[in-house]
Ligand binder design. Structure first.
Ligand SMILES: Cc1cc2nc3c(=O)[nH]c(=O)nc-3n(C[C@H](O)[C@H](O)[C@H](O)COP(=O)(O)OP(=O)(O)OC[C@H]3O[C@@H](n4cnc5c(N)ncnc54)[C@H](O)[C@@H]3O)c2cc1C
Ligand code: FES
Length: 254
């Protein structure tokens, strides 16, 4: 049974318009943290519902998250101040499996780049290419460069890097060098394309997907999604059985 952890906010910085990087104290109860796991966070004392937010960075004394203001909950979270105490539940979910071959491509889209930073840190012994896609205003790019030699950026408005979709960069990279494994997190439309490309080039993939969540711990079934297994289609809980699934089993919404 996961317990609530009460963590002091060490800093909260707006790193791009409406995108905040928040670091909280890594209190004892965190235990081991796997890249791709998330926290279920009480955004403010007055707001009852928790919001799922991926763990983006882990250090001995702190845990980092990156939050995009999407609605009321995340806006309240972004307004929290240094020194305040954050009520978090976690780490939750399964996280990425690291041991999947030497040549890895990591593909992130928008706020989906956040959990991939801790993943890349854990993949540093491997040959990694990181492909990051944004509408505009890239963020976290310098942090990725600390852990990976090859980092390429795509923006839809052409303000930085390649003008177009990050999945164009993925296709180009696979055409040239192939890969053993693709790790990805981002909007569903991007993940669908990554899944398609991975299947076309016969490369394994792990996709971190998003569903709306309530309890975050496998009890309420709000976050159910479908996966295709050898035994047929199964309903699974994104919060407990995911959020990371093998690309060949994910069944996206129609
Ligand atoms: C496992 C997981 C990890 C996540 N990690 C991060 C992260 O690291 N950083 C971050 O900023 N956000 C992350 N999110 C998304 C974040 O949880 C939602 O943006 C947040 O719950 C929205 O709450 P809100 O009260 O601000 O907005 P609401 O008012 O509840 O919603 C605002 C808008 O966002 C849409 N939305 C809400 N929740 C989701 C969802 N789960 N998937 C898709 N669309 C949604 C709504 O339909 C609506 O259009 C993650 C979600 C999941 C499931
Ligand atoms: S959010 Fe309750 S089961 Fe996943």
């Amino acid at each position: 049974m996961k317990k609530n952890l009460y963590c002091k906010i060490l800093n909260n910085i707006e790193i791009a318009p409406n995108i905040h990087k928040i670091e909280i104290e890594r209190v004892d109860g965190f235990g081991e943290i796997k890249p791709g796991q998330f926290l279920h966070i009480k955004c403010s004392d007055a707001y009852l519902l928790r919001r799922p937010i991926s763990i983006s960075s882990v250090e001995k004394d702190r845990v980092g998250i990156v939050v995009r203001k999407a609605g009321e909950g995340t806006a309240l979270l972004c307004d929290r101040k240094k020194g305040e105490i954050l009520d978090v539940l976690g780490p939750l979910g399964n996280g990425f499996t690291i041991d999947e071959g030497k040549n890895a491509i990591v593909v992130g889209g928008g706020i989906g780049t956040a959990p991939l930073l801790e993943l890349v840190k854990n993949l540093k012994e491997k040959d990694i290419t990181v492909l990051l896609g944004y509408k505009d205003n890239p963020y976290l790019v310098e942090e990725f460069k600390e852990y990976a030699k090859a980092v390429e950026v795509a923006t839809e408005d052409g303000s930085a890097g390649y003008e177009g979709y990050v999945t164009d960069l993925l296709k180009r990279k696979l055409e040239k060098d192939g890969a053993d494994i693709i790790y990805s997190c981002g909007p569903e439309i991007m993940l669908k394309k990554v899944q398609q490309i991975a299947s076309e080039y016969k490369v394994k993939s792990q996709l971190s997907i998003e569903e709306r969540m309530a309890c975050g711990v496998g009890a309420c079934l709000v976050c159910t999604c479908k996966v295709a297994t050898d035994d047929g289609v199964k309903h699974v809980r994104t919060c407990k059985d995911g959020p990371v699934f093998s690309g060949d089993e994910v069944m996206f919404h129609e």
